[in-house]
Write a protein that binds this ligand. Structure first.
Ligand SMILES: [Ca+2]
Ligand SMILES: [Ca+2]
Ligand SMILES: [Ca+2]
Length: 412
């Protein structure tokens, strides 16, 4: 692996900062240059090479094929590589346009259906500490596991022996596991967890604060609280809960979710977007400023409608989605996406792209004042089974489909 010289220590740049930096050539010993002993170079620095293209017509460029049931293509901050999770447990690397034969890591998972390797997130300081996090279902029972691993610095592999389990809990049903793990702009790790499963949330867990199911959880991977292998952020709504069997779980950030398979943050303003897969009628996307304690309604509400009971349900304090699709429209499993904050296609700035695993076509809207504007289908091409729309380190968006393909969203 070639290494740039001189060594330059870079701060943990977000995509927007990178976009500014990429025009100036940051590797020549500018003010950030630091030859100190803790300096780490950046062998795979993300640098924009595109010529910005105007227009809002959407097309796709195939980046890789031949993956085995990819569920997400994501990136580490400031890192040019794409990391693709396969449902069966492998993390694959796309580097310089090539899918590497050797996996980054192979995680032992219970698969498949709605189980497997479901989420991947890189520590905001990955460049300095090599740490990343996965959410998967465990063999021999399907427990939910949140685990930390360490990459082997300067290589395209990780160390299986570095595995550290942060959380593990059992799940009575194989479905509705949620999936995403994502770091927020606050540096906290968010975990999107489904309502456990079956149908109609039979134990009403999504509204039960003593259950981790049907929640967005928020933990601090850099600290420890009590005997936990992670920290409880002091500003979580129930951070001070005694956490007995009937007490609110201090990890809870949001409640009222059914099966939030894909979530994301807007890199420009921190807004959160949650695609929540529906029961029998409505597919929904939720979006808002990322305030604590939001109740997204399930299972009192499905979309913007009563679910349990079918009329006269609780509505107070429940937040309805910004868009919903009736399943009669062919939507049966919404795949939340992400807001475009790249530099190659400036007219796409601020647009949220998403879709549905069964409907197969890409849609988009802009969130303005908390309202989804101009929600529209942006491509007639049926991509097949969408599993994610996620930004790389420069903010360019990649679509994964279950047939094994990774495509970049482009303006052709
Ligand atoms: Ca489950
Ligand atoms: Ca119920
Ligand atoms: Ca909802």
């Amino acid at each position: 692996m070639s290494r740039p010289s001189p060594r330059v220590r870079l701060p943990a740049l977000g995509p927007l900062v990178l976009a500014v930096a990429c025009g100036g050539g940051s590797g020549d010993g500018g003010p950030d240059a630091d030859p100190g002993p803790d300096a780490r170079d950046m062998p795979d620095a993300a640098v924009a090479t595109c010529t910005p293209r105007s227009g809002t017509t959407i097309g796709f460029e195939v980046v890789a094929t031949g993956l085995d049931a990819p569920l997400l293509a994501t990136a580490a901050p400031g890192d040019a590589r794409l990391f693709v999770i396969e449902q069966g447990g492998a993390i694959r690397v796309i580097k310089d346009g090539q899918l590497l034969a050797e996996p980054f890591l192979e995680v032992a998972v219970q698969c498949c259906g709605e189980q497997g390797l479901l989420g991947l997130a890189f520590h905001p300081q990955f460049r300095h500490n090599d740490l990343f996090y996965v959410h998967h279902t465990a063999r021999n029972g399907g427990d939910h596991v949140i685990a930390e691993y360490k990459a082997n610095f300067g290589t395209d592999t990780a160390d299986p022996g570095s595995r550290r389990e942060l959380m593990r809990w059992s799940d009575p049903y194989t479905n509705h596991n949620g999936g995403s793990v994502e770091f927020g702009p606050d540096g906290m790790l968010y975990l999107a967890i489904g309502d456990a499963g079956s149908g109609g949330d039979p134990q009403d867990r999504a509204q039960d604060l003593s259950s981790l199911f049907g929640k967005l959880l928020r933990i601090d991977v850099d600290t420890r609280t009590g005997a936990r292998a992670y920290g409880i952020p002091a500003d979580n709504p129930h951070a001070a809960s005694p956490d007995g069997p009937g007490d609110p779980r201090p990890e809870i950030w949001h409640l009222g979710l059914r099966n939030p398979f894909r979530i994301s943050f807007d890199a420009a303003n921190g807004d959160i977007y949650i695609g929540d897969v529906g029961q029998g009628a409505w597919e929904e996307v939720n979006a808002a400023a990322n305030a604590p304690g939001i109740n997204w309604g399930w299972d009192d509400r499905e979309g913007a409608h009563c679910f349990e009971p079918a009329s006269g349900c609780l509505t107070a304090g429940r937040v309805d989605p910004v868009v919903e699709f009736n399943q009669n429209q062919g939507w049966r499993s919404v795949m939340g996406g992400q807001v475009y904050r790249g530099t190659c296609f400036p007219d796409l700035q601020g647009t949220y792209f998403y879709g549905d695993h069964y409907a197969g076509r890409l849609w988009a809207f802009e969130l303005v004042g908390g309202v989804a504007q101009n929600n529209r289908q942006v491509s007639t091409q049926n991509l097949g089974g969408l599993t994610a729309v996620r930004a790389d380190a420069l903010g360019e968006l990649h679509v994964t489909t279950i047939d094994g393909t990774v495509r970049r969203i482009v303006v052709p």
